[in-house]
Every structure is written in C-alpha cells, then in structure tokens.
Ligand binder design. Structure first.
Ligand SMILES: NC(=O)c1ccc[n+]([C@@H]2O[C@H](COP(=O)([O-])OP(=O)(O)OC[C@H]3O[C@@H](n4cnc5c(N)ncnc54)[C@H](OP(=O)(O)O)[C@@H]3O)[C@@H](O)[C@H]2O)c1
Length: 233
C-alpha cells in the first residue's frame, strides 16, 4: 500500500513501539489517528504529532474499542490501515501463574486485538492493511514466558487465517514478530522478573521493517537469526 496520505489508526500508541510507529507513519506522509489507555501520554503524543486525532480506550473493554474505531474513522474520513501495538508481558513458571494475570495477558494480547480488528474491518478500505504486533515467542515459546508466548501464538494463528479470509478484499495482514526490543516492556511486567535477556533491537529497526512490510504487502516481520536483523516474509 501507498503510505503517503494513507489513513492509519495506531492503537497502543502510548507505548514505546506504538508511539514510534505513529511517528514513523506521520514522517512517511500518512494521516494518523492514535489510541491508547493513558490519557496524559495520549494527549502529549497527539500534540507532538501535530494535533492528530486521539481516542482513549482500554483494549479489554470491547465497547470502548468499538467506539474508538468509529471515532478514528470519522476523524480521518475512513481508514486504510490499523496497527495494534498494545500488549503486556508476565514472567514466571507456568505452574505458578496467577489466574488473574493469565486472564489479563490473554485479554490484552489476544482477545483485545482480535476484537479491535473486527471493529475496524468494516471501516477499512479494500487494499489496505491490518498490522498486529505478536512476537518472536509466537514461534519460539520461551521458558518462564508460557502465557505471553501462548497469547502471541494464538494471535499469530488467528492472523494467519484472517489473512487468507481477507484476500478477496486485498487487505494485507502483517504479523510483526520482533525479538526483545529496548522499550522497557519487560520492566512493566504484570508479574515476575524477566530472565537475563540479550541486548534488544533498536525500536527504529522495528519501525523501518513495519513500514516496509506495509508498503510491500508482506505477511510477516521476523528475525533472521544469522543476520541478527528483521526481515520480511
Ligand atoms: N519490547 C519488546 O521486546 C517486544 C518484543 C516483541 C513484541 N513486542 C510487542 O510489541 C507491542 C508493544 O510493546 P512495547 O515494547 O512498545 O511496550 P510498551 O511500551 O509497554 O507498550 C505497551 C502498550 O500497551 C498498552 N496497553 C496495555 N494494556 C492495555 C489495555 N488494557 N488497554 C489499552 N492499552 C493497553 C499500553 O498502554 P498505556 O501505556 O496507555 O497503559 C502501551 O501503550 C506489545 O504487543 C508487545 O508484546 C514487544
């Protein structure tokens, strides 16, 4: 898809990757609306991006997601793409996980994005794109990250079916599977402490790969372990 002039709704824009993606899209000439949970950071980001439309939402609250999607489409005069960059992580042995934490991980990482995309689909123009942030752990489930890995694998599996089902509308579904990125996400975990992690990727590498993937209609952004870099598939 052509990013210049594209109307793109970025959810989770109050986060580090979501904010960087919104900035990258604006710099690429897209018209962006941003959605997030923290009202102060959302207002500051919208102002920083030049006064773009902003919608408050909690991805766990289906109604707030639906209303936010409608507002974003109204503000931009329709949508060409939706980017969902919200997410949470939790650490610890699977056998010891707290039920409430497990529920929140799946609600935010899996059910919330699925519901947001369903809300956005009728508002999206044919030929556009759905962009979902899963993670490398979707393909490589990781010790002490069982729930996070499973929540991302479920989202990724759903995305792969959605992609096939949306073919008649020429809507691309880009599944972004980064390894550890230096955003501080792991220090905001719902539970537990992160295992020792290698140095993370720079957020700009993710932004560049996502924008390239949107432009070319790629299916996935994945890590090439030999090159240590993100590539399109
Ligand atoms: N950083 C990594 O190493 C890495 C690697 C692979 C995949 N990812 C994925 O990339 C995405 C972005 O992560 P990040 O590193 O940018 O982390 P981040 O800075 O912590 O951003 C997470 C975002 O999720 C939002 N969020 C959490 N719960 C929410 C809820 N109930 N309703 C609405 N928004 C909610 C936060 O909103 P508020 O701040 O407004 O509360 C924030 O905007 C996540 O899906 C993450 O799993 C990250």
């Amino acid at each position: 898809m052509e990013l210049q002039g594209a109307r793109v709704w970025v959810v989770g824009a109050t986060g580090v990757l979501g904010g960087a993606l919104a900035r990258g899209l604006v710099d690429a000439g897209a018209r962006v609306a941003v959605a997030g949970r923290d009202p102060d950071r959302l207002a500051a980001l919208a102002a920083d991006l030049g006064g773009v439309p902003a919608q408050g939402l909690d991805v766990v609250d289906v109604e707030s997601g639906r209303a936010a999607a409608r507002e974003a489409a109204q503000a931009l005069g329709g949508l060409d793409a939706v980017v969902v960059a919200s997410g949470v992580v939790a650490f610890g042995p699977a056998a010891d996980a707290d039920d409430a934490v497990v529920e929140e991980v799946f609600a935010v990482n899996t059910l919330g994005p699925m519901s947001l995309v369903r809300s956005a689909l009728p508002l999206l123009a044919d030929g556009g794109a759905v962009v979902l942030l899963s993670a490398v752990v979707a393909d490589a489930p990781t010790l002490h990250m069982a729930e996070y890995s499973a929540s991302k694998a479920a989202l990724s599996s759903w995305a792969s079916v959605l992609r096939r089902e949306l073919r008649p509308r020429r809507l691309a579904v880009l599944d972004v599977k980064p390894p550890h990125v230096e955003t501080g996400l792991v220090d905001r975990a719902l539970a537990g402490s992160p295992p020792k992690l290698p140095a993370g990727l720079d957020r700009h590498a993710v932004v560049d790969a996502v924008l390239a993937g949107m432009r070319t209609g790629a299916k996935e952004v994945v890590l090439d372990p030999r090159a240590g870099a993100l590539v399109l598939r």
